[in-house]
Design a protein around this ligand. Structure first.
Ligand SMILES: CC(=O)SCCNC(=O)CCNC(=O)[C@H](O)C(C)(C)COP(=O)(O)OP(=O)(O)OC[C@H]1O[C@@H](n2cnc3c(N)ncnc32)[C@H](O)[C@@H]1OP(=O)(O)O
Ligand SMILES: O=C([O-])CC(=O)C(=O)O
Length: 460
C-alpha cells in the first residue's frame, strides 16, 4: 500500500518506537514501476486543474539576485524549509536516522537506504537494502579505458576536475544514449535512465578512490570490490580506511545526508538543466560536479578546513572565544567570506551540521580532537560576529562548516579531496531526479532572460 510520507513514517515505527520494516520483497525497479503511474497521474491532474494558478511573483530583485526565492522547478525527492532544513519525502534527518536501514554492525544511515527513499518515497526493508548493496557491488568495476584515463591525469590536477572528467567518460557505456539512438519511445526513457544512474552510482567508489590513490597514495594497490559490503563500506576500503570503523560509519552518514538538498542548489540544478536536453546521466552528473567544485558551493568544505587550520596555526590549539572572534573579523575585514557559514535558503543552523556535530558529541575521541573542538568553538562565536557584520541573511553554519574536521581527525587529511566525497554523495539526489524527470516527461529547461534595457522597459 502506498501511504503519504508522514503516515508511512509512523506506520514504519513499531509501538515501542523501534523501526519496523514493510515486508516487501520487490526490487528497486519493481517498486518504481508501481510508484511511477501514480506520480504521472498526479502531474496530469496538476496540469489539467492548476496550470494557470499563481503560486508566487517575480520581483526585479529575484532576477538580479541569482533567482533566489523563485519557485521555478519541479523536484520530487526533497524539499528545503528555510527554518527546519531538509526533508526527504517528508522525513527529517532525525526521522531518517530512526527508520532507514544501516549496514550490518553499523548505526548510521547508508547510501542505499537513502537512495531507495529518494527514488521511491518509501522506506526500504533490510533485505531490499542488502539486495541493492549487492547489485551496486556487482556493477562497480570501472571500464579499463576509464582506469587508464584516470591514471593519465597529473597528480596536480584538482581531484574534482579528475572526477568530473572521468564521470563524463563513463558515458561511453550509456544505455540511455544507445537506446535513444535506436529510437525508443518517450515512455521508455526512464528505465534506461535508471540503469545508467545505478551503474554510475555503483562505479563512483572505484572512480573516486582511484583518484585518491593516484594523487595521495601512489603505487598502493586498490583492493577488489567486496560483494558483502555496502557502497560506502567499499568506498572506505578502496580509499584504504576499511579497518577504520569510525571513519567508515562517518562516511556513511556524511554521504547519506549530503545526498539531496532539493533542486535549486547549483549542483542538482546543473544536473537537471543538462539532463533536460536529454543528455545522458553521466554527462548531466559530470556537469553537476563542476558546479559542486565552486567555493561558494561544495568546495566550501575544503575551504573550511584550510581556514580553520590556518586559524589553528596562527592562534595555537587552545584558543579562546575572543581570539576566534578577532580572527573572524580579520577574515571579514579582508573582504573574504567565512567559509561554512551562510546559505542561499536556510535561515537557521543546517540540520546536517547538527547531525554531524551530534556524531562528534557521541564519540570521546572526537570530543578530544583539537580540530573538531576548534570547529565547535567557532560555531559558538561566528553567528554573533556575522550578525554584527550585518551582510549575510543567514549567520549560521551550513553543513560544510563541520563535514571536513571529522575526516581530518580520522586521518583523511587531504582536504583538496573532500569535495569528491560530496560528489559521490550528491549523485543520489541528482540522479534520482533524472529518473523522475524522464518518468514524468519533464521538458527542456529554458527560462526567460532579460537585458537591463529590456527590464527597464518592462518596469515602465
Ligand atoms: C553545501 C553548500 O553549498 S552550503 C554553502 C557553502 N558555501 C559557503 O559556506 C561559502 C560561504 N557562504 C557564502 O558565500 C554565502 O552565504 C552563500 C553563497 C552560501 C549564499 O549566498 P547568498 O544567498 O547570496 O547569501 P546572502 O544573501 O546572505 O548574501 C548577502 C551578502 O552577505 C555576504 N555573505 C554571505 N555569507 C557570508 C559569509 N559566510 N561570510 C561573509 N559574508 C557573507 C554575501 O557575500 C553578500 O555580500 P554582498 O552583498 O557584498 O554580495
Ligand atoms: O542548498 C544549497 O543551495 C546548497 C546546499 O546546502 C547543498 O546543495 O547541499
Amino acid at each position: 500500500m502506498f501511504l503519504p510520507p508522514r503516515t508511512r513514517l509512523w506506520a514504519s515505527l513499531s509501538r515501542s518506537g523501534a523501526p519496523k520494516r514493510f515486508a516487501s520483497t520487490k526490487s528497486l525497479k519493481e517498486t518504481l514501476q508501481e510508484v511511477i503511474p501514480r506520480k504521472q497521474e498526479q502531474l496530469k491532474k496538476l496540469k489539467a486543474e492548476h496550470s494557470q494558478t499563481v503560486v508566487g511573483d517575480v520581483k526585479v530583485e529575484n532576477i538580479i539576485g541569482g533567482m533566489r526565492g523563485i519557485k521555478a522547478m519541479l523536484w520530487e525527492a526533497s524539499v528545503l524549509d528555510p527554518n527546519e532544513g531538509i526533508r526527504f519525502h517528508g522525513l527529517s534527518i532525525p526521522d531518517c536516522q530512526k527508520v532507514l536501514p544501516t549496514a550490518p554492525g553499523g548505526k548510521e544511515i547508508i547510501a542505499e537506504s537513502m537512495l531507495w527513499l529518494l527514488l521511491t518515497g518509501q522506506v526500504p526493508t533490510e533485505a531490499q537494502t542488502r539486495q541493492l548493496s549487492l547489485e551496486l557491488a556487482e556493477k562497480g568495476d570501472l571500464p579499463p579505458f576509464v582506469e587508464k584515463l584516470i591514471d593519465s591525469f597529473p597528480a596536480t590536477l584538482h581531484p574534482m576536475t579528475q572526477l568530473g572528467m572521468s564521470v563524463a567518460a563513463l558515458n561511453h557505456d550509456s544505455l540511455f544514449q544507445a537506446a535513444y539512438e535506436k529510437g525508443i519511445k518517450k515512455s521508455e526513457y526512464w528505465s534506461h535512465t535508471l540503469e545508467d544512474c545505478i551503474n554510475l552510482i555503483a562505479r563512483l567508489p572505484a572512480l573516486a578512490a582511484r583518484i585518491y590513490r593516484n594523487v595521495y597514495k601512489p603505487g598502493t594497490p586498490l583492493p577488489p570490490l567486496n560483494k558483502d559490503l555496502d557502497l560506502i563500506g567499499n568506498y572506505s576500503a578502496l580509499l584504504g580506511f576499511g579497518d577504520n570503523h569510525n571513519l567508515t560509519e562517518y562516511l556513511r552518514l556524511y554521504i547519506a545526508l549530503h545526498g539531496d538538498h532539493e533542486g535549486g542548489n547549483a549542483s542538482a540544478h546543473t544536473a537537471h538543466l543538462v539532463g533536460s536536453t536529454l543528455a545522458d546521466p553521466y554527462l548531466s552528473y559530470s556537469a553537476a560536479l563542476f558546479a559542486l567544485a565552486g567555493p561558494l558551493h561544495g568546495l566550501a568544505n575544503q575551504e573550511v578546513l584550510r581556514w580553520q587550520l590556518a586559524m589553528q596555526e596562527e592562534l595555537g590549539s587552545d584558543v579562546s572565544h575572543d581570539q576566534i572572534r578577532k580572527y573572524l573579523w580579520k577574515t571579514l575585514n579582508s573582504g573574504q567570506v567565512v567559509p561554512g557559514y551562510g546559505h542561499g535558503v536556510l535561515r537557521n543552523p543546517d540540520p546536517r551540521f547538527l547531525a554531524l556535530q551530534q556524531f562528534c558529541d557521541s564519540r570521546p575521541e572526537l570530543e578530544q580532537s583539537s580540530i573538531v573542538r576548534l570547529v565547535k568553538k567557532t560555531f559558538e562565536v561566528a553567528p554573533a560576529v556575522l550578525k554584527e557584520h550585518g551582510k549575510t541573511k543567514n549567520p549560521y553554519p551550513n553543513v560544510d562548516a563541520t563535514s571536513g574536521c571529522v575526516l581530518y581527525h580520522y586521518g583523511l587529511r587531504e582536504f583538496k579531496y573532500y569535495t569528491v566525497i560530496f560528489g559521490v554523495s550528491r549523485a543520489l539526489g541528482a540522479l534520482t531526479q533524472q529518473v523522475w524527470a524522464r518518468a514524468l516527461g519533464l521538458p527542456l529547461e529554458r527560462p526567460k532572460s532579460l537585458s537591463m534595457d529590456a527590464l527597464e522597459k518592462l518596469i515602465k
